[in-house]
Write a protein of this length. Structure first.
Length: 80
């Protein structure tokens, strides 16, 4: 049996699940495996980019989608 395990590059704690992060800077690329604690600076970047949950700033709905939704509701009503 072969078990592959990704450990954090910083603490190398086998009990912690590590994720791989890619870093790109000025044409250079590097990868680092980090546990939740040591990935905090990276996760903070992702969190800053993501829209806040529960508050959607941009919601794009086309007229076709609205009409399709109305049609679906109408057909559901007639079937029941
Ligand atoms: Zn760590």
């Amino acid at each position: 049996m072969k078990v592959s395990l990704t450990v954090c590059d910083v603490c190398q704690d086998r009990r912690r699940e590590a994720k791989t992060y890619g870093v790109v800077s000025e044409g250079r690329t590097a990868e680092t495996d980090r546990c939740a604690e040591h990935a905090a600076p990276f996760e903070a970047l992702f969190a800053a980019k993501e829209p806040r949950s529960g508050r959607r700033r941009y919601q794009v709905t086309t007229m076709e989608e609205i009409e399709a939704r109305k049609a679906n509701q109408a057909s559901a009503r007639t079937q029941s």
